[in-house]
Design a protein around this ligand. Structure first.
Ligand SMILES: NC(=O)c1ccc[n+]([C@@H]2O[C@H](COP(=O)([O-])OP(=O)(O)OC[C@H]3O[C@@H](n4cnc5c(N)ncnc54)[C@H](OP(=O)(O)O)[C@@H]3O)[C@@H](O)[C@H]2O)c1
Length: 263
C-alpha cells in the first residue's frame, strides 16, 4: 500500500469522539472512507465535513448483516477495502458484584462480538486480494484493572485483544499480507463516559484525559506503519510491562495508579 489517495478505509463508530476525529484526519490526508454508526444525523455531518470521498453508511455493528452491507457498499463505491478500523464501542459503570447477565452480554456484544463479526466479514475480501489491515481500538482497560467500575467492559476488551492476537497468529504464515493491529488508549476526552451503560462520569472532565485528535493521530500512524500493538502514550506500555512483571500482582495493585478511586 502506497499513498492515502489509493487507500480505502472503513471506520466504525464514526459519528462522534475518536472515530469522527479519525475520519477528519483521513479526509485531510486524501483517503477514501466508509463511515459507520447508528445515528444518521451525526454521521452525515461528519461525512459532510470529510468531503465527497467519504460515504456514510448507517449501521449497527452488533448486526452481522449491517457489517456485510457496509462491506458491499464500500466495494460498490470504491472497488475494494484496504483498512477496517473497529472503533465503535461502549463502556459500563457497574462493578463485578452487581453485573447482570444483560450487562455482561451487552458489553461482549458491542465491544467483542461486533469486532469478531467485522473481522470475519472483511477477511474473505482481504484473502482474495492478498492484502488488508484490521485495526481494533481496544483500551488500556483491556490490559490493566485500572477501573473496577468498568468491569465487563474491561473483560470485553481483554477478549478483543485475545481474538486480535489469535487472528494475527492464524494469518501469519498463510496470509502474510494481512495485518491485525490493536490500539490501546487510556482515558480520552469524548462522550464515552456519559454514554456508558448505567451512565457515569464525563470522560472529558477526567484529569489526564487525552484528546480524541491525539488518539486518532496514533491510529493514522498505525495505518501508515502496520504493527501488532500500539499505545496512545508511551507510558502506558511501561505501566502494562511493570504490572505483569510484578511477582505479586496483589501487592502491585495496592500501589498507584491501581485500586478504587480515592476520595
Ligand atoms: N473515551 C475513552 O476514554 C476511551 C478509552 C479507551 C478506549 N476507548 C475506545 O475508543 C473507541 C471509541 O470511543 P469514543 O471515546 O470515541 O466513544 P464515543 O464518543 O462514545 O463514540 C462511540 C462511537 O461508537 C459508535 N457506536 C456505539 N455503539 C455502536 C453500534 N452498536 N453500532 C455502530 N456504532 C456504534 C457511536 O455511534 P452511534 O451512537 O451513532 O452508533 C459513536 O460514534 C471505543 O471502542 C472505546 O471503547 C475509549
Amino acid at each position: 500500500m502506497s499513498t492515502w489517495q489509493d487507500r480505502v478505509v472503513v471506520v466504525t463508530g464514526a459519528s462522534a469522539g475518536i472515530g469522527a476525529c479519525l475520519a477528519e484526519q483521513i479526509a485531510a490526508k486524501g483517503g477514501k472512507q466508509v463511515l459507520l454508526a447508528r445515528r444518521d444525523k451525526e454521521l452525515s455531518e461528519v461525512a459532510g465535513r470529510c468531503g465527497e470521498d467519504a460515504l456514510a453508511v448507517v449501521a449497527d455493528v452488533t448486526r452481522r448483516e449491517d457489517l456485510s452491507r457496509a462491506l458491499e457498499a464500500a466495494i460498490e463505491r470504491f472497488g475494494h477495502v484496504d483498512v477496517w478500523v473497529n472503533n465503535a464501542g461502549r463502556g459500563i459503570s457497574r462493578p463485578v458484584s452487581e453485573l447482570t447477565d444483560e450487562d455482561f452480554d451487552e458489553m461482549m456484544l458491542v465491544n467483542t462480538k461486533s469486532v469478531l463479526w467485522a473481522m470475519q466479514t472483511v477477511l474473505p475480501h482481504y484473502r482474495e486480494r492478498g492484502a488488508g489491515h484490521i485495526v481494533n481500538v481496544s483500551s488500556l482497560l483491556g490490559r490493566l484493572p485500572l477501573a473496577p467500575i468498568r468491569s465487563a467492559y474491561s473483560a470485553a476488551k481483554h477478549a478483543l485483544n485475545a481474538l486480535s492476537s489469535s487472528l494475527r497468529l492464524e494469518l501469519r504464515d498463510t496470509d502474510p499480507g494481512i495485518h491485525v493491529s490493536v490500539v490501546s488508549p487510556g482515558v480520552v476526552a469524548t462522550e464515552f463516559g456519559l454514554r456508558a451503560r448505567h451512565g457515569g462520569y464525563d470522560s472529558r472532565g477526567m484529569p489526564g484525559a487525552q484528546s480524541p485528535e491525539e488518539v486518532a493521530e496514533v491510529i493514522v500512524d498505525v495505518i501508515e506503519h502496520p504493527r501488532a500493538d500500539a499505545y496512545t502514550r508511551p507510558i502506558y506500555r511501561d505501566l502494562v510491562a511493570s504490572y505483569y512483571a510484578a511477582e505479586d500482582l496483589g501487592a502491585r495493585e495496592s500501589l498507584p495508579p491501581f485500586g478504587p478511586p480515592k476520595g
